[in-house]
Design a protein around this ligand. Structure first.
Ligand code: ADP
Length: 465
């Protein structure tokens, strides 16, 4: 057998011994045996002690009577009196009564067997006063004396106790076997019934060969509840994955579409220059301006796509950020002075926040650049930073063109643009706000927008402190 097949046999064995059915059966058998052993031993010990005590009471009574016989009866009457005393009630006792001085001696019937045994040949085992005698069983040896030289030896046969122990062992064996047969059958039945839905879930998961059929899901059993929950959770996960994949697919096709448009425009202008540039030099000027605009648009788009890809795999570095300083610094660097738009700042001092410096700056840049892009010359952009006990509010308001109500909930979607032409002119990609929303969420905040067409827009970011 080669290494591979050896390994697979091992794996198979492991699989079997790890299976739920095997584990349940194994632990059931162990527990059952332990319980039976514990109950059995306790019962046997308790009842045996009780029976032994009972025998000892009889033994004391017999011994008292024997002493009386020895004292009151002549020795030739002893044997008769002993038998009279022992039969039929106390046949478990075998007695020898003797006077060591005079040599008078008397035995109960059946003493011979014991005496031979007592002479040692047939003792199997002797522990303290207990001894096992061949063909006779377990005995308890008791000695007492009477008068000055009298001696009584009593062998008590413990057959009641040994019979009881034998009976108990038989009962325990039979009940254990029955419990094993019924218990194991029951476990097999129950686990098989409960595992069947689990197996069908596993089969369904194995059958999902490609990510395209994720939405089909797995069968959800009605019971047991744990498997219903498992099936539901797997389906929820599959559905989320399906949505995610669909979103990614959409994103890729949107992104390629977005890139295709400026590329087509670039190629168009290049062809035009090639064909007619020499004859019509004025075309050159126009086309170069268009090429400049389109290539800037592509540059912006690629820049945004990169920012988005980076933010998805970016490891947040949350630190204490002085937002008041950050807002001033960002505006100093990124505010474009080339258009006649007034910037008004209402920034409260020393507002701190736990967040990622790079991402917080990026959010502000996106909002301020948009405010500038969609505001006419002579307009105004107001940036406010305030706080209360629990939150920090960053607001970017403008007196720009505004956003129609029906678009408000969509402007945070990727590639969504309300003002397509204007966005095109300003090099907008439709990605800025979706990136901003993502970054705000990473930093534990929320972004909302209010706007009125022709009057302006207000983007508010609320960060929890
Ligand atoms: P873009 O790169 O096109 O600006 P954004 O995701 O940043 O992409 O914004 C999505 C759309 O929302 C924009 O195309 C624009 O139509 C609209 N928008 C964003 N900010 C403003 C604003 N301050 N005023 C008016 N419209 C805005």
């Amino acid at each position: 057998m080669n290494k591979f097949s050896l390994n697979s046999v091992d794996t198979l064995r492991n699989k079997k011994s790890n299976s739920l059915m095997y584990q349940y059966t194994f632990w059931y058998v162990i527990n059952l045996l332990l319980v039976v052993l514990l109950i059995g031993i306790t019962l046997i010990v308790a009842v045996s002690l009780f029976l032994f005590q009972d025998m000892k009471n009889d033994l004391t009574a017999v011994q008292t009577d024997l002493v009386q016989i020895a004292n009151k009866q002549p020795s030739n009457q002893w044997e008769k009196q002993i038998d009279y005393l022992l039969y039929p009630e106390f046949t478990k006792f075998n007695v020898e009564m003797k006077n060591t001085k005079t040599g008078e001696i008397a035995h109960s019937q059946g003493w011979e067997k014991i005496i031979t045994a007592d002479n040692s040949k047939f003792h199997y085992l002797t522990i303290k006063n207990f001894l096992i005698i061949k063909d006779e069983g377990l005995f308890y040896k008791h000695q007492a004396s009477f008068g000055q030289n009298g001696k009584i030896i009593i062998f008590a046969k413990l057959s009641v106790i040994t019979d009881f122990i034998k009976l108990m062992i038989n009962i325990l064996i039979v009940t254990t076997l029955l419990a094993l047969i019924f218990g194991i059958s029951f476990i097999l039945f129950i686990t098989k019934r409960n595992i069947r839905p689990l197996l069908s879930i596993t089969t369904a998961v194995n059958e999902i060969k490609s990510i395209s059929n994720l939405s089909g899901g797995v069968p959800v059993p009605e019971k047991p509840q744990e498997l219903t929950d498992l099936g539901t959770s797997i389906n929820r996960l599959l559905f989320q994955l399906h949505l995610q994949i669909e979103r990614e697919k959409g994103f890729v096709s949107d992104a390629s579409h977005e890139l295709r448009t400026p590329l087509a425009a670039l190629r168009g202008h290049i062809n035009l220059i090639k064909r007619r540039g020499k004859a019509h030099p004025e075309i050159l000027e126009q086309s170069l301006t268009a090429i400049d605009q389109e290539s800037e648009r592509m540059q912006n788009l690629i820049h945004q796509l990169l920012a988005m890809a980076r933010s998805e795999h970016y490891e947040l570095e949350l630190v204490d950020v002085n937002m008041s300083e950050l807002v001033s610094d960002v505006l100093r660097t990124y505010w474009k002075e080339d258009r006649n738009i007034t910037l008004e700042l209402n920034i409260d001092k020393d507002i701190h926040l736990n967040g990622d410096v790079g991402q917080l700056s990026q959010i502000l840049i996106i909002l301020v650049e948009n405010a500038q892009k969609y505001t006419e010359s002579d307009g105004k952009v107001i940036v406010e930073l305030t706080k209360n006990n629990k939150e920090v509010h960053l607001t970017v308001k403008d007196t720009g063109i505004g956003i129609p109500k029906e678009h408000l909930d969509k402007i945070f979607h990727r590639f969504y643009r309300v003002h397509k032409d204007r966005s095109r002119q300003t090099g907008g990609s439709g990605l800025g706000l979706s990136i901003a929303k993502q970054l705000v969420a990473f930093n534990g905040g929320d972004i909302s927008v209010k706007s009125e067409v022709g009057k302006g827009s207000e983007f508010k970011v609320i960060f929890k402190k």
